[in-house]
Design a protein around this ligand. Structure first.
Ligand SMILES: [Zn+2]
Length: 269
């Protein structure tokens, strides 16, 4: 990627017509240059609008990413649930690939009281299948496990990075999730995250980042909040991204979506 692109997680709140194409037009009018397609409640879309979305994104140099369904659990105990999880990820990747998009993210799964090492093996085995099938289909978009918030969820920093490296993909860094999981909002902590990322994925990895940003509530639900109402050192994090020469996409998952995306883009310059 040639720079950092900024955009909302989903159709902007201010978009009057709630469809992908109008969402994208709103993104452009707001001066943003990325949008994440939210398939979190299912991979549903109007197939007729896809060519128009693709054309509009291409023409206006807007980077498209996508978020796979929340129901995914690559470490499920039932074979059926694993197969469905694999399908959800592939379906998300297929749509984004058709749009000539950049990168998709998914939540890997749950420990369900098992040994994290055991769960790691299961997730790895199943993600390997996903990547193999995507490769066979000629899917070009990144397929990334995301760093997760709750301790019951697979997706610590180490697990996510190790998994991605072992399978030759890249992780999605969700800074709010990390702030929650490690109970740390010091800029020094986020510097260590980026140092580790560079150690694992090198300068190439830094050129191809997929980042989620928002504030986060420190309650058991870990719900997102707007950056200014949170304790996220978002300016320092953006300074760090500049210092590390990070390129790729920063997606705002704050409730105000585009407002924080605009605020970050303006600050970043
Ligand atoms: Zn997510």
């Amino acid at each position: 990627m040639d720079k950092l692109y900024f955009g909302p997680a989903g159709i902007p709140n201010s978009a009057e017509k709630r469809d992908l194409l109008n969402g994208l037009k709103t993104v452009k009018n707001l001066g943003l240059d990325a949008m994440e397609l939210e398939f979190v409640y299912g991979v549903r879309y109007n197939p007729r609008v896809l060519p128009l979305v693709k054309e509009f994104a291409q023409k206006n140099n807007i980077v498209l990413t996508a978020h796979a369904p929340y129901y995914i659990n690559l470490a499920a105990k039932e074979k059926e649930k694993i197969e469905k999880s694999i399908k959800y990820i592939l379906d998300t990747a297929r749509v984004l690939n058709e749009l000539n998009g950049y990168s998709i993210v998914f939540h890997p799964g749950y420990y369900m009281k098992r040994d994290p090492k055991e769960v790691y093996k299961i997730v790895k085995e199943n993600l390997a299948k996903v990547l193999e099938m995507a490769n066979q289909e000629g899917i070009k978009v990144w397929i990334r496990p995301e760093t997760m918030d709750l301790p019951s969820r697979f997706g610590s920093l180490e697990e996510t990075f190790e998994l991605a490296r072992e399978l030759g993909t890249l992780p999605c860094i969700d800074f709010a999730h990390l702030r929650y999981r490690y109970k740390n909002n010091k800029p020094e902590f986020f510097r260590q995250v980026l140092e580790k990322y560079e150690e694992y994925f090198g300068k190439e990895g830094l050129k191809n980042m997929h980042i989620h940003m928002s504030g986060i509530n420190l309650d058991p639900r870990a719900s997102h909040k707007n950056l200014k109402e949170s304790d996220m050192p978002w300016q320092e994090i953006l300074d760090l991204l500049k210092e590390f020469n990070a390129k790729g996409v920063v997606i705002s998952e704050s409730p105000n979506l585009e407002e924080d995306a605009i605020m970050m883009k303006k600050y970043y310059g």
